[in-house]
Design a protein around this ligand. Sequence first.
Ligand code: UN1
Length: 500
Amino acid sequence: MATAVAPRIFKNFINGEWVESRSGKAYENRNPANTDELVGMFVASTDEDVDLAVKAAQEAYKAWRLVPAPKRAEILFRAAELLVQRKEDLAKDMTREMGKVLTETRGDVQEAIDMTYYMAGEGRRLFGQTTPSELPDKFAMSVRQSIGVCGMITPWNFPMAIPSWKMMPALISGNTVVLKPAEDTPLSAYHLVQVLTEAGVPRGVVNLVSGDGPSAGAPLAHHELVPVISFTGSTSVGRMVAKACAPDFKHCSLEMGGKNIIIVMDDANLDLAIDGAVWGGFGTTGQRCTAASRIAVHKGVYKEFVTRFVERAKSLKVGDGLDPDTEMGPLINEQQLDTVTSYVEIGKNEGAKLLTGGNRLRGGAYAKGWFHAPTVFGDCSPKMRIAQEEIFGPVVSVIPIANLNEAIDVANSVPYGLSASIYTRDVNRAFHATRDLYTGIVYVNAPTIGAETHLPFGGTKHTGNGHREAAIGAIDFFTEWKTVYIDYSDKLQRAQIDNA
Ligand code: UN1
């Protein structure tokens, strides 16, 4: 569908310049709430473009790694300030390309701001350890060293927050970056790179190649000059990334799927639990890896909870995220809508009770977008596919449970382990759940979403491969330890031997 104005063409950013693809190919990025609106044309990068970006990053690394970290930090502080100034415009553009409501895209930009300030602060820390040597007249310490070119492959659901989770710790630690953002949300990545450049990041230190996974992401993951890959996305693609990294032993951090649960006990504040379930289940149209896609409810309050939760789900206003009245935006694209539709069929066939939704929204304001009704399945058994598999859409499966032990077993019975939550006013139950829920994140009396940037983010089992993003875990991933011994005794001293 043609638009009245000529489309804006956005390029790759390689070695400090905005450049076209070597292949000359570009692709369209359209608004998921209104596919008539062309957000822009973006470069469809190929391995040649990725190679140029990696080589630029490799060259720039030589000088960047030697810039004192507090000086690198000054650039990040400036970038954070620019993000603050532009927050509203950045959020609007993000809603146009991604669909989530403006309050949430403001939150996404804010998460990038928080991470940028936080990592800028690390410029004057990046602490190592000093410790006594077991030998006299000998000094021992550990220091962090940068690694080199870091390849980053990021998803569309947090178009600015997640690239910043990866880029800011990598940069402050002295690495250089090649970012391959999700095909659906390159504009927000473009803006972030623009901000970093204006803030003073030197040429070649940050490079952006847009395009799809097979053509641009895969060559990055396989590139021999890239020792570090950080990926957020689906578990199936994460497995391919891990395989691409294995032969060269690349450091590889994977943040993947979730099937997060909210447990509602019979002593819970139900008003609070329902608010949390609506926000956790339908915020970002359910397209968060932390989304509360399962709710386990104690039989004592099951009926009341379900009735009131379904009422709230039904009354959610779905629409264009730029409209201030909208509470839930569209799915990101047609494929994601198809996935949701197919899971609704699976749920029905499995015998779950469809309590509301279950249908695509069509016609009128919905005619040109990928909208789906907020959907709740009741009386789910924990083994059903809709209660086991990540759907990444506005579909919540409610599971009745008889007691806390059963709830924890249900919670832990999925292949993922990102986030879990319990609503209870009993401190003993809260602590038991906190200990026994096998996830990377646990919330008490709050939903499964809402991670803050200075605490570790990540999950167990098929959610991740043991690394954590954000907080100091991110610095750990983007640096390597170097242990340094300085012997000032002027004689040969043998550890484990001379002092035994
Ligand atoms: C994601 O869903 O991929 O805790 C990230 C949260 C957000 C980040 C989610 N701060 O839900």
